[in-house]
Design a protein around this ligand. Structure first.
Ligand SMILES: [Zn+2]
Length: 204
């Protein structure tokens, strides 16, 4: 079963963190349970071409890369949920991201795109490249004024992070309409799972 991921965060690193719903609450829900889920998410994010998406997510190394990506996601959530509270990241968290960024830049190369260049990681494994793109986006956000615009949704069961690009900087919801509905659908699916006795952990 594939799903349609939402990209409302205004930054790839936040969108990645948002693949966990209700983070830190009693009933969190993770959209990414396998390497294949990560591949699907990355394809929908425009990070992988279809051909690549079909190739990755099956090798044994992909499982290691997937677990590393999940750890990265946790780190990003920690850093940017603190930013949403106006707090600096913990020193260890910042150092961890620093290390990942250093490693990412070491393998980055310039690739021509229209009238300028962009950084890319064409020489490495596609799933690894996905993580590098996410790390780069996190660094972009961390080193820009937009960091002061990182918010966490006020929805009761929503933990989503987003960059508030509204003029007055008072946006409180990841998405006013979708947020409430999303929680409702997840509750419904969970209850349905209980009724028919199947695992309710699958899906989102
Ligand atoms: Zn929300």
């Amino acid at each position: 079963m594939s799903m349609n991921y939402e990209f409302l965060g205004g930054n790839l690193a936040l969108d990645f963190a948002n693949t966990v719903h209700s983070h830190g609450m009693v009933d969190p829900c993770d959209d990414l349970k396998t390497a294949a889920d990560l591949v699907e998410w990355a394809a929908q994010a425009g990070l992988l071409r279809d051909r690549e998406a079909r190739q990755v997510g099956r090798a044994r190394d992909d499982e290691v890369r997937f677990r590393r990506a999940v750890a990265l996601r946790e780190l990003l959530y920690e850093i940017f949920s603190r930013a949403a509270q106006g707090k600096r990241p913990r020193r260890e968290a910042l150092q961890a991201l620093q290390g990942l960024y250093r490693n990412a830049t070491r393998h980055a190369e310039f690739q021509v795109e229209a009238n300028h260049y962009r950084l890319t990681w064409s020489a490495i494994d596609p799933l690894e490249r996905v993580s590098q793109e996410i790390i780069r986006s996190a660094a972009d956000l961390l080193t820009s004024e937009a960091l002061t615009r990182v918010r966490q949704c006020s929805g009761e069961t929503c933990s989503w992070l987003f960059v508030d690009s509204s003029r007055n900087g008072m946006r409180r919801w990841c998405d006013m309409q979708a947020c409430g509905n999303r929680a409702k659908v997840r509750r419904f699916r969970r209850n349905l799972g209980r009724v028919v006795g199947t695992s309710s952990r699958r899906g989102g």
